[in-house]
Structures are given as C-alpha cells and as structure tokens.
Ligand binder design. Sequence first.
Ligand SMILES: O=C(CO)[C@@H](O)[C@H](O)COP(=O)(O)O
Ligand SMILES: [Fe+2]
Length: 216
Amino acid sequence: MNILAPSILSADFNVLGEQIQTVAKAGAQYIHVDVMDGIFVPSISYGMPVIKSVRKSTDAVFDVHLMITEPVRYIRDFVDSGADIITVHVEACKDIDETIRDIKACGVKAAVAINPETPVDKIMPYLDDIDMALVMSVHPGFGGQKFIPDVLDKVRIIRSYYRDNNMDKDIEIDGGINFDNLPEVLEAGANVIVAGSSVYRGDAAANTKKFLELMR
Ligand SMILES: O=C(CO)[C@@H](O)[C@H](O)COP(=O)(O)O
Ligand SMILES: [Fe+2]
C-alpha cells in the first residue's frame, strides 16, 4: 500500500496542531516527525515535549525520524511521547541490533535509515528484522533540498531483496519529493512517501490530496 507522510518540518510551528489536522483530514496516513540534535545533523528541530503536545491533535500514525546520535538512549521517551514508528540512522548507532530490539520491545514499529552517501550494504543485514527501510534522498538536516536521483538504485536493491524473500515490507523515501519525481520514486519500489515543502508550501490540503491521487 502506498502511504503519504507529510513532514511537519515545513509546517507553520505557530499553529502546528492545526497544520497536522489539515493533512490528516485530507487523507495523509502518517505524520512524519523529524527530530534533529545538532550533532548527527547540523540543525536542531524539536523533541519529546512538542511531539507529546501535538499528539493530541490527531490519531494519524506518528512516523518519528530520529536524526540523533545514539538514539537508543531515548527510545522509551519517544514512545511515551506518542511515536508509532521510530526510525534510527545506521550511521548514528554503535549497536543497531540492540537499538532495533529496544524499539520493538516498546511495542512500536522499527525502521532504519541510510544517508545518500552510505552504501546499501550497510542496511542489508537489518532488512529482515525491521518493519521499514528509509532511504534518504537528500542529506539529512534540512527541508526543501533537491532530490538526489542516484539513491533510487538503493530503493531498487532493497525492493528486490524483499520481493525475492517474499516480504511485503515498507520502503520509505525522504527528501526532495515532489509531484514531478513521484512517479519514478514509486516505480523504483518506494511506497512510503515523505514530503515536506511540497505539501506545506501553498495549500497543504490540496497538495495532500494531489499526492494521494497520484499515488493510487
Ligand atoms: O528528514 C528530512 C530532512 O532531514 C526530511 O523529512 C525533510 O523534512 C523533508 O522535507 P522536503 O525535502 O520534502 O522538503
Ligand atoms: Fe525525515
């Protein structure tokens, strides 16, 4: 199933709850929540208290993308704040197996992300264990960047692996997705589509509906 995950990094934080309701009411299944620590990535975004507060605005799935060093330290806190899916970066964890185990032990879905420059081999050992693989299509840290098409090879390799092993798992793609590159991204095998600036720039409800239409 194709799923749209609007990234609230591009939303108006002054009215964040309403901005979430707008896309959820328009049909977005996930809300993509980018957490940045200023160490793993240059920028700092928001953390547990904000997530806990906006959690009250919707029942949509909270897809929490942790761009933080050693996220294993905070898994329980993010689950308690309302995360339904937790994504950690392969580049940010000393012990990925332990981190995945901790996420699952908390009763939420576990996902692993890889940066554009990280070879696909780094994620292959975890594909059986995780619920979702996240392929970054920009360098993490900021919204509104240009899509890096080379990463689609990684999506194809992961999708082939899942197909060959009869696993119908999710592959999320994140960064620079717009109405123009969406077809090639879906064609490569991604089925969870993160879109920040292309949803929240302009009419967020209309953009959400258009994405969902193109993803049917
Ligand atoms: O994780 C990140 C950036 O690090 C993303 O989730 C962006 O927030 C997506 O925004 P757009 O590239 O779609 O504007
Ligand atoms: Fe993200």
